[in-house]
Write a protein that binds this ligand. Structure first.
Ligand SMILES: Cc1ncc(COP(=O)(O)O)c(C=O)c1O
Length: 468
């Protein structure tokens, strides 16, 4: 690879990102209707001679024009008014490391495609298993594309060990249901346990205990969510671990969101009991400030991966492995697999546990500040005190609150002013701020709240029939 040429391309891309970001205006999202955005993309990418022209337009030209188009039409997760999803602004050092992973283009499925990458992933997994409280000499794991894949891995390994009925909170992520369907466990395999407001949106362990009594010991998987997508609640891990142990159930903890609390001295106690899990999903592209993807799947006992063991003659023949040529083919459902562990390793070394923990504490402070502002505002309602970094609120409309809240969120998006999330609680539409930007300020939170109020007011006016 010609380094000067690559440098020229990277400089071109960075310059075009800057131009595109400026063209997007000052907001976090492109102020454009979806159909118009699609038309603009088509005009640059597909016209006049198609996405795949007979002859190319040249590297600099294609990279510059498409990067500018891409940036102009992107939501900026680093903008303080982008607060909708578990979608973090990535750390520059992690972005640079991600570029290296692309440049070196290693793959984890055989030693002869990624010798150092394999060793790096093993070290990262070991460190994260230890952080989660697992025995690092006994645990195993793999880097995944995210919580969806990690949940599938957990349920797959549990299923292979004979645990075929799944009990999870009514607020569990939909990937649990999907994984059960993919595993062919049938529509009744997932039992949703109630997690009402009276339990702080945490799983009701009495309902769990009652459901477990009807299932043959040793055949259930209990899924705890540590950081629900909708409201950020953390299921009662110690009680659930005790019930799982009593009924010989597999305990899978979906800590895709909340697992990042392990980095913070202040918030790590919320995850007490995680060390008793059989398997854990953890996402560093949520709390961890990594570019997507940076999922982590951990199993307390690495022998649980046995059902995935595979020796492919062209990748990791038995004699190569016996001679010490390691591979991670038997850890994943994928074959070719990118060295995503590298950016995680660089980040952990660069900022340490405290660097990530301080960032999370800052986001937690911002969530508490937002909750304080919302709870005293006469035209807003707060669903619950934030546990992590999620704040759920409603614009208190006198009439038709579902329509107004849904429409005000789309208005903010259409105008490119703010990106706020949406969730549903008790059948009603709520708005959600998922605060993962440690560089945001209290003034930014005020601006976000003001934007929600203004958009709500505008929607109320829209709903009023014109006077005589
Ligand atoms: C609790 C939880 N689990 C799993 C997922 C899925 O993660 P991913 O989108 O990385 O696959 C999410 C996504 O928001 C989540 O909140």
């Amino acid at each position: 690879m010609d380094r000067d040429h690559l440098r020229e391309l990277v400089d071109t891309a960075l310059h075009a990102v800057e131009l595109g970001t400026k063209r997007r205006d000052s907001g976090p999202a492109p102020a454009v209707e979806p159909a118009e955005l699609a038309r603009r993309v088509r005009a640059v990418l597909a016209e006049p001679d198609g996405v795949l022209p007979a002859t190319g337009h040249g590297e600099i030209e294609a990279l510059a024009s498409l990067t500018e188009l891409f940036a102009t039409g992107s939501v900026d997760p680093a903008h303080p008014l982008a607060a909708a999803h578990l979608h973090c602004p990535p750390l520059p050092v992690a972005v640079a490391a991600d570029l290296v992973a692309g440049l070196l283009n290693q793959s984890l499925d055989s030693w002869d495609q990624g010798p150092a990458a394999i060793a790096i992933e093993r070290e990262v997994i070991r460190a994260l298993a230890e952080l989660a409280g697992l025995d690092p000499d006994r645990a195993g794991g793999v880097i995944t594309t995210g919580g969806t894949e990690s949940n599938l891995m957990g349920l797959l390994l549990a299923c292979e060990a004979g645990h075929r009925t799944i009990l999870c909170s009514e607020h569990a992520h939909f990937s649990i249901q999907r994984a059960a369907a993919l595993l062919g466990l049938g529509p009744d395999a997932v039992i949703a346990i109630r997690a009402g407001t009276d339990t702080g949106h945490r799983m009701d362990t009495r309902a769990l205990a009652a459901a477990l009594t009807g299932i043959e010991p040793g055949t259930a998987t209990v899924v705890a969510t540590a950081g629900t997508t909708g409201i950020g609640s953390i299921d009662p891990l110690p009680e659930m671990a005790a019930l799982a142990a009593e009924r010989r159930a597999w305990l899978h903890v979906d800590a895709a969101y909340g697992g990042g609390a392990l980095f913070s001295d202040r918030l790590a106690p919320l995850l007490a009991g995680l060390d008793r899990a059989d398997s854990i999903a953890l996402d560093l592209h949520k709390i961890g400030w990594q570019p997507v993807p940076a999922g982590v799947f951990l199993a307390a006992d690495e022998r649980r991966f046995a059902p995935l063991a595979l020796n492919a003659g062209y990748l990791n023949p038995v004699d190569d492995e016996a001679a010490g040529y390691d591979s991670l083919l038997g850890r994943s459902l994928r074959t070719t697999r990118r060295a995503d562990a590298f950016k995680i390793a660089v980040t952990l070394q660069a900022v340490g546990r405290a660097g990530l923990g301080d960032r999370l504490d800052r986001c937690h402070d911002l969530a508490r500040y937002a909750a304080g502002v919302i709870s005293v505002h006469p035209r807003l309602r707060l669903a619950a005190q934030p546990v992590l970094t999620t704040v759920v609120l409603q614009y208190a409309a006198a009439a038709d609150p579902d329509r107004i809240n849904a429409a005000l969120r789309r208005r903010l998006l259409r105008e490119g002013r703010a990106v706020v999330g949406r969730t549903e609680l008790g059948g009603a539409v709520w708005l959600k701020l998922t605060l993962l930007n440690p560089d945001a300020t209290e003034q930014d939170i005020d601006a976000l709240v003001t934007a929600v109020l203004a958009a709500g007011d505008a929607e109320v006016t829209v709903g009023v029939p014109p006077g005589p």
